[in-house]
Write a new protein. Structure first.
Length: 355
């Protein structure tokens, strides 16, 4: 039986484990975290990922775990409505719940190593010798880096992160508020030039997001950066900044695009955000699931080297438009001027009014 080591039990890695097991491979997943957590930022399963989820038999579970958001309300600093639009189609679900449900579908046929990471990859006669931080070294026929934006596999096999990751001039911080949603079915969004503040109802518990333009800061202090960007904002900004100052568990990162000229080096390949991240601006979870299916499908039909070439050729066609659209998408969500915000709101009113 052919063996594959998948680094990362996220959306891409768990989907790949399922589909490779279906095609007779023996998957092992190594995950840095000590456990598979729940919750996380809401992500979408739509377009080509729906068919992948349906064929895995998990669509019902994804539906049960979906967030409650049905519309987006664009507001002003007084909380007054400027436009209201329907939430985009698809199933929206907290990222970690999506990964957990996908993993549960693969669990019976997948070995899971938690709390560990790859530290070295050495090409062998047929396969890769893998060294881990904690587990004993092992050989695999194939290694897949599905370990996200800051992929360790990419760093080890392809080169430093700075060669492949571009800062998009924005940062994002998200903070679970741990309190019942005041507006249980709508995402509320307030823009000021270069800044977006949103409150998402999640699955009944509010989640705040700060997405703002800022040049790349050397070793930024996340809280200081957010407070300096939102200090003057109205609506719920003062309350949410207080919550951020007191928080110990929040997400913060530079909004980044990953571009890797070739996704494969020998028997090591990249998948999901590790290969093609567009942060929150391009259906990343849908792309991760679709890419995993394409890769497994090719590996089920072709010799490994030919399969990796086929995967890259097919999946690049799907992700390239998303990668090109990052600038335009980010300007829609975070316009840089008051005029731009007004124009975006007017467009929203015309194009897709909520019922
Ligand atoms: C704030 C925010 C909002 C987003 N909103 C959306 C959205 O609305 N819709 C959408 O489609 N997408 C959205 N995305 C993008 C989406 O989350 C990603 O594109 C998607 O999760 C990519 O899946 P992945 O499996 O490649 O990576 P991930 O889901 O990030 O999984 C990577 C996994 O690798 C693990 N890992 C990391 N390092 C190592 C290591 N050294 N060794 C082993 N394991 C490791 C991580 O713990 C994680 O489990 C959003 C992203 C962010 C940050």
């Amino acid at each position: 039986m052919r063996t594959v080591l998948i680094s990362g039990a996220g959306v891409a890695g768990t989907t790949l484990a399922y589909w490779l097991a279906e095609r007779g491979w023996q998957p092992t997943i190594v995950e840095l975290s000590g456990g598979l957590r729940s919750s996380g930022n809401p992500v979408d399963v739509r377009g080509p990922a729906v068919a992948v989820a349906e064929r895995m038999g998990v669509m019902g579970r994804l539906h049960d775990a979906r967030t409650q958001a049905t519309s987006l309300r664009l507001i002003d600093e007084q909380g007054q409505t400027r436009a209201r639009v329907r939430a985009p189609s698809g199933t929206e679900i907290p990222r970690a719940d999506l990964a957990r449900i996908l993993f549960e579908a693969a669990r019976d046929r997948t070995e899971l190593i938690l709390g560990d990471t790859v530290t070295a990859l050495t090409p062998g006669a047929a396969g890769v010798e893998v060294t881990f931080a904690r587990s004993a070294p092992r050989r695999f026929d194939l290694v897949v880096g599905a370990d996200g934006l800051h992929s360790a596999v990419r760093r080890i096999a392809f080169g430093p992160e700075s060669d492949f990751v571009d800062h998009q001039g924005l940062y994002v911080a998200t903070l679970p508020l741990g309190q019942p949603a005041r507006a249980p079915h709508e995402v509320q969004l307030l823009n000021a030039p270069g800044r977006l503040l949103s409150v998402h109802p999640g699955r009944g518990q509010e989640l705040a997001a700060f997405i703002f333009r800022h040049p790349e800061a050397e070793a930024p202090d996340p809280v200081e950066l957010v407070v300096s960007a939102y200090g003057e904002m109205g609506w719920r900004a003062p309350e949410l900044l207080d919550r951020l100052r007191a928080a110990t568990d929040f997400y913060f990162d530079a909004v980044s695009r990953v571009r890797v000229p070739a996704w494969t080096r020998g028997r090591v390949t990249l998948l999901g955000d590790a290969a093609t991240c567009v942060s929150l601006f391009g259906d990343g979870s849908t792309m991760a699931m679709a890419g995993a299916f394409t890769l497994a499908d090719a590996l089920g039909r072709l010799p490994i080297e030919a399969a990796l070439r086929s995967y890259e050729a097919r999946h690049r066609r799907l992700v390239q438009p998303k990668q090109h659209a990052v600038g335009a998408t980010s300007h829609l969500l975070v316009p840089t001027t008051r005029w731009g915000i007004g124009l975006r709101n007017a467009g929203a009113r015309l194009l897709q009014p909520a019922a």
